[in-house]
Design a protein around this ligand. Structure first.
Ligand code: HEM
Length: 418
């Protein structure tokens, strides 16, 4: 056994280390395109693991075919048990986490459902656990894998635009999945100037520099507006059926105890599935703007923070500890600052409203598809059913629309009223 807490639902702890200050965190920022990173976008500059990990890469690149031809199980069982010890640096670890999390999703999509038993074989479970421990990420496909680590430039010198982007690993339904992942990535990219503006704003508060603070808030409002524009209206129509695999083994009636990671723990472990609620950017904006969500929504959103890479989580916590922007604007009595602050809050509420529109469209399309019993090739065993992530409960067990609307409404309550 590798020391998993029996029956636990706890993601691995953040590796021991000192608390990081904001500038240091920005240097380690892993958001795509963030100019303050060195080297840029370290989650995904690598697209292949070193040669000894060939058996993982071969399976991962062939996942759509192996899944649809029902041959993935035998391939996984024949896979040698490789140690994660030879992976060098965070980039290789992130790529290994991406690869192993997708293989796990593919493995469970056919066999856990079919056999009703949530067991991940040792040769997959042990290295997945080791890599997860090294990164401080849970051993499940998270937003950091699905989106942040799962992209590459087709032309390495070309722009970070959709035409020049591709995913690294995919599942059946590759084309729509690709669109889903890359649209989400471009929303993250649009957020980058907003993340920089947060640091500028906090510095300006500390230096009582209202001019710079005003500029930073303008930047932030613009970045949030650009995120909304990056969510194209068609997004909700052209999405993949995410039910190809159980995305979550927490609060999932099909896997009530969770998943047994063979060789790690005899007891099943429960983890929530990937969700953009694990994206750092909205958490960071909420913290800066002092948005207070309901107790239930906060509990869900804070749980999602354990699925972020530790430097992202530490960044959000650092903003929480910084002096309150809202109090600063209120006590300044500066009407221009107050208006700029409110533009940020309105832009954030508008993003959340638009997101609700998109989720609504997606559910309508999925429901129509389910009604017509229309299964597309490669849709997997759950084809024809509404996507599990979008049934009555969200992936985190939250009722989707009441959760999303509550979060949107509490954002609006963050406006400073005259
Ligand atoms: C059609 C595409 C999308 C669908 C169907 C969708 C669906 C959902 C669902 C069901 C939730 C509730 C939490 C959960 O159960 O996981 C959620 C939350 C969330 N989603 Fe999406 N989503 C989509 C696209 C996006 C994109 C592109 C982003 C941009 C990063 C995003 C950001 C968020 C955030 C931040 C939350 C947490 C709630 C909040 O802070 O407002 N979503 N989404």
């Amino acid at each position: 056994m590798l020391g998993a807490r029996a029956g636990g639902v706890h993601p691995p702890p953040i590796p021991a280390g000192r608390s990081l200050a904001l500038p240091e965190l920005l240097r380690s920022c892993v958001l795509p395109g963030c100019a303050l990173t060195a080297p840029p976008s370290p989650l995904s500059t690598k697209t292949e693991l070193p040669a000894p990990y060939g058996p993982w890469m071969e399976i991962a690149h062939d996942l759509p075919r192996l899944i649809t031809s029902h041959r993935l199980r035998s391939h996984v069982h024949q896979m040698p048990q490789l140690s994660a010890r030879h992976l060098r640096g965070r980039e290789e670890l992130h790529l290994a986490h991406l690869v192993l999390s997708f293989i796990t999703m593919g493995y469970l999509c056919h066999f856990t459902w079919a056999l009703g038993a949530g067991v991940l074989p040792q040769n997959l479970a042990v290295p997945f656990w080791e890599v997860s421990q090294a990164l401080g990420l849970p051993p499940i496909l998270s937003h950091a894998d699905f989106v942040l680590a799962n992209w590459r430039r087709k032309n390495p010198n070309g722009p970070l635009e959709i035409e020049n982007l591709d995913t690294i690993i995919s599942l059946p339904g590759a084309e729509s999945l690709r669109g889903f992942i890359l649209v989400t990535l471009l929303v993250e990219k649009a957020a980058v100037p907003g993340i920089k503006a947060i640091v500028q704003a906090i510095r300006a508060i500390l230096q009582l520099d209202h001019e710079t603070l005003h500029e930073a808030l303008q930047e932030l409002a613009e970045a949030i507006g650009d995120m909304t524009k990056a969510l194209p209206p068609g997004t909700g129509r052209s999405l993949p059926d995410l039910s190809v695999s159980p995305r979550s083994w927490k609060d999932n009636p099909a896997m009530p105890g969770g998943l047994v990671y063979e060789g790690v723990s005899d007891e099943p472990l429960a983890y929530s599935g990937g969700s953009a609620a694990q994206s750092t950017v909205l958490h960071a904006f909420d913290e800066l703007l002092g948005i207070r969500h309901s107790e239930e929504s906060t509990a869900f959103l804070h749980r999602m923070r354990h699925y972020m890479p530790p430097p992202h989580r530490a960044f959000v916590e650092e903003i929480h500890r910084a002096p309150s922007l809202r109090q600063h604007v209120l006590s300044s009595g500066d009407a221009r600052l107050c208006a700029a602050f409110n533009r940020c809050v309105s832009a954030l509420a508008d993003f959340r409203s638009y997101h609700i529109t998109i989720v609504t469209k997606y559910i309508a399309v999925a429901a129509a598809k389910a009604k017509a019993g229309r299964a597309e090739p490669g849709d997997g065993p759950a084809a024809g059913k509404p996507p599990s992530a979008l049934e009555a409960k969200g992936t985190g067990g939250s009722h989707i629309f009441s959760f999303l609307k509550s979060v949107r409404d509490t954002t609006r309550e963050g406006l400073i009223r005259a």
